[in-house]
Design a protein around this ligand. Structure first.
Ligand code: ADP
Ligand code: MG
Length: 141
């Protein structure tokens, strides 16, 4: 599935739609360069799950958990991960294989521990189509 957006609100709305459809145990890998809109997408996704707390990229930890929606959301941002053992320390298996939904920004940095079946959301810019243009590709793997 491919969705093209031309404003942050549209990426938010697309994330929200996927959040509304999310099922327990889903793991979504969010890929794309810095500033492309991964966190904007995540905020929309969280709203689609019914989460009312403010959602921001986890800064001091690699994962932030939100419990106010219809199922838990585990939001990982592993951009600053030093060693894969940090994933064990935060108990990633309970997230990936639990009853909540997991969103992972920069998932390519932890490729070796990703489950076999994940959904991949890739966000890309194309400056020829304008500064706010984004192409969002959703793939099941
Ligand atoms: P990331 O988490 O990928 O590093 P952010 O979501 O934090 O990126 O930031 C994306 C930035 O791009 C925001 O400042 C947002 O306003 C801007 N932006 C412009 N157009 C879009 C768009 N179509 N979709 C998402 N974000 C957009
Ligand atoms: Mg981010």
């Amino acid at each position: 599935m491919i969705k093209e957006t031309n404003a942050p609100e549209e990426t938010f709305a697309f994330g929200k739609m996927l959040g509304e459809q999310a099922k327990p145990g889903e793991v979504i890998c969010l890929n794309g360069d810095l500033g492309v809109g991964k966190t904007v997408f995540t905020k929309g996704f969280a709203e689609g799950l019914g989460i009312t707390e403010p959602v921001n990229s986890p800064t001091f930890t690699i994962v932030q958990q939100y419990d106010s929606g219809r199922m838990p959301l585990y939001h990982f941002d592993v951009y600053r991960i030093g060693d894969i053992s940090e994933m064990d320390e935060v108990g990633y298996e309970d997230c990936f294989y639990g009853e909540g939904v997991t969103l992972i920004e920069w998932s390519n940095m932890i490729g070796e521990i990703l489950p076999d079946h994940v959904k991949t959301v890739t966000i890309e810019k194309n400056l020829k189509k304008g500064f706010d243009y984004r192409k969002i590709t959703v793939e099941e793997k």
